[in-house]
Write a protein that binds this ligand. Structure first.
Ligand code: OGA
Ligand code: MN
Length: 295
């Protein structure tokens, strides 16, 4: 099967045609999709009306599939305003406030010591208006920095705290969540384990930069956020039912856009593949590419 790749964004994001993702793929097709994913960072598959089992099987062809963050037995995470039973979530409930933080720029499971590699999100139902997802190419953002600035930033490590993003939506982590996801370190710019390219890794969970005084640290976070999310690095995806998007958490940030949550269903379901790690050792970024090459 030969696939067609069409770049939609300026520096990343491509649409893939010519593949039926609901059936098992041959090795050649998997490798062509993998190549496209490394090159373009985010891939859109359109008109794929698959079910949860097919999404799970599709995902598992690209790496070890991870259990859903809030369950150790299920692989599909319902991340819209519709729960697994098909009911609207209470917009004032704790699940809703937890999930609403997805509207802040982030990389998935950046509060894990070893964050997910790829995320797969499928649109099952969409509101008439709103509810897009935006992606920011933080590799292009890194590449656009002057060499001197890159040299100043490349050995820095940031503290990541899930409560930071959740707190902005008025959500307080339950004690078991706090215990499970302590504050951890990640590089300010990660080295991609497969391409060797750096990408800024400043999501909404970042609270401070290690070893930098507080005022400077806050200014730096603000600067890097503002830099990464400039128009030229962003692609906005307007969903159609039957879309499945794969993104590389090591290469981009993303955020959901609001919609009329109280009245309109937005049913999106996510699977992820496991990354490798750790990303830092003894307070320094790990060269994840060198590590992968040596393995
Ligand atoms: C996610 C996510 C945003 C959205 O699935 O990880 O952040 O638009 N989704 O639903
Ligand atoms: Mn996300």
């Amino acid at each position: 099967m030969s696939i067609k790749v069409e770049r939609l964004g300026k520096t990343f994001f491509a649409r893939i045609d010519g593949v039926d993702i609901g059936s098992p793929l041959d090795a050649e097709t998997i490798s062509a999709i993998h190549e496209a994913q490394l090159e373009h960072g985010v891939l859109l598959f359109r008109g794929q009306h698959i079910d949860d089992d097919q999404q799970q099987a599709f995902t598992a062809q690209f790496g070890p599939i991870e259990p859903n963050l809030r369950s150790d037995i299920e692989f599909i995470a319902p991340l819209g305003n519709i729960d697994k039973e098909g009911n609207f979530r209470d917009p004032d409930g704790t699940n809703a406030s937890f999930l609403r933080s997805n509207q802040q720029w982030h990389s998935d499971s950046q509060f894990f010591k070893v964050p997910s590699a790829l995320s797969f999100l499928r649109a099952v139902s969409m509101p008439k208006e709103g509810g897009a997802t935006q992606y920011a190419d933080t590799k292009a953002a890194w590449d656009a920095l002057p060499l001197e600035r890159q040299a100043e930033l490349q050995d820095l490590v940031a503290l990541n705290d899930l409560q930071n993003s959740r707190g902005k939506e008025g959500h307080t982590l339950a004690p078991e969540d706090r215990e499970r996801w302590p504050i951890i370190e990640h590089p300010v710019a990660r080295i991609h384990e497969e391409t060797g390219a750096r990408a800024l890794y400043i999501g909404s969970q970042v609270t401070s930069i290690s070893g930098v005084d507080d005022e400077e640290s806050q200014a730096l976070i603000k600067e890097l956020f503002a830099h990464s999310t400039q128009d030229q690095f962003i692609y906005t995806h307007e969903w159609e039912v039957g879309d499945l998007v794969i993104w590389d958490n090591r290469r981009c940030l993303h955020r959901g856009r609001p919609w009329d949550e109280a009245n309109e269903a937005r049913d999106v379901r996510r699977t992820t593949t496991a990354g490798t790690g750790p990303t830092t050792e003894n307070g320094k970024p790990v060269d994840e590419y060198a590590r992968a090459q040596a393995a």
